[in-house]
Ligand binder design. Structure first.
Ligand SMILES: [Zn+2]
Length: 147
């Protein structure tokens, strides 16, 4: 087998389509011819067809089975993101509502406290002497005066 024949048969050799005799001739040539050996190595490095596994009859079904669930996962992801956004919006709304109620009650309490203070001030202003009054002496003194 000369160089030209080897070049022409390298692909068939890689595909394992040569008969035993041709195969041995080619291998013998590759051992002795550096140029053909280099070419063989280059082709073998890039010629990956023989690395592809044999496609079985149910290959398409298997691939589709693997693709469909991942699509479902993507769809669920989108749904989950939508759902999460709604939850986040609901939580945000609740937080705003709660803080609004909290602020309102705080204001109410402050107002109530202010009212209490004001009432106490008024009470102190008008009835301060009432505490020091002894009602018994008041009544007795009054009745004594009437006599
Ligand atoms: Zn050669």
């Amino acid at each position: 087998m000369n160089c030209n024949a080897v070049h022409n048969n390298l692909i068939f050799y890689l595909d394992n389509e040569l008969n035993q005799e041709e195969k041995q001739e080619l291998e013998k040539h590759l051992e002795t011819c550096e140029e053909c050996n280099n070419l063989y190595n280059q082709i073998a490095a890039t010629y990956t067809f023989e690395n592809i596994p044999e496609v079985s009859a149910d290959f398409t079904d298997n691939v589709m089975q693997k693709i469909v669930p991942s699509r479902k996962v993507d769809f669920n992801k989108q749904q989950f993101i939508k759902f999460s956004r709604r939850i986040a919006a609901a939580i945000l709304f609740m937080l705003i509502s709660v803080s609004a109620v909290y602020i309102f009650t705080q204001q109410q309490q402050e107002r109530y406290a202010q009212q209490q203070d004001a009432e106490e001030e008024i009470r102190n202003y008008y009835f301060a002497d009432l505490d020091s009054y002894d009602l018994n002496t008041y009544y007795t003194s009054n009745t004594e005066e009437e006599e």
